[in-house]
Design a protein around this ligand. Structure first.
Ligand code: THU
Length: 139
């Protein structure tokens, strides 16, 4: 699947957004390491904090189906370029540290980023591993 195809999938998913409160539609589509595609839309809940972003919907669908490594994720929204929120960046950090992050306006107009660009000096699973090793070695 090429980037344009993944953008098309994200645009389709955006149509499914359940956004009665913000009316802001977001769609995401991701490609796993083993070339499977998962899509997601944002889902809003009357108790607002229960709302789920499109990126996390797609990522949690992939994880729950056994695909833990993401190699690309596309995000589309109601602004020209809709960037992932901080929480979604942290979730991408967990499952797609080396993923291409594509912020798209259309199939032909998109920007590509690394996670390091969007979430520099991030905290991740390796930090916990390092701390564990330190305590085991009494450092
Ligand atoms: N939203 C996403 O789906 N992804 C983001 O990364 C930014 C925000 C959604 C959450 C909420 O449903 C709406 O956009 C307005 O915040």
């Amino acid at each position: 699947m090429d980037i344009k195809g993944l953008i098309r999938k994200a645009l389709e998913a955006q149509q499914k957004a359940y956004v009665p409160y913000s009316k802001f539609h977001v769609g995401a589509a991701l490609l796993t390491e083993d070339d499977e595609i998962f899509t997601g839309c944002n889902i809003e809940i009357a108790s607002y904090s229960a709302t789920l972003c499109a990126e996390r919907t797609a990522i949690f669908k992939a994880i729950s189906e056994g695909h833990k490594n993401i190699k690309a994720i596309v995000v589309v929204g109601d602004t020209d370029f809709t960037y992932p929120c901080g929480i979604c960046r942290q979730v991408i950090r967990e499952f797609g540290n080396n993923a291409k992050i594509i912020i798209a306006k259309s199939e032909d107009d998109y920007r590509e980023y690394t996670l390091e660009e969007l979430l520099p000096h991030s905290f991740g699973p390796e930090d916990l591993e390092e701390a564990k090793n330190r305590s085991e070695n009494n450092v």
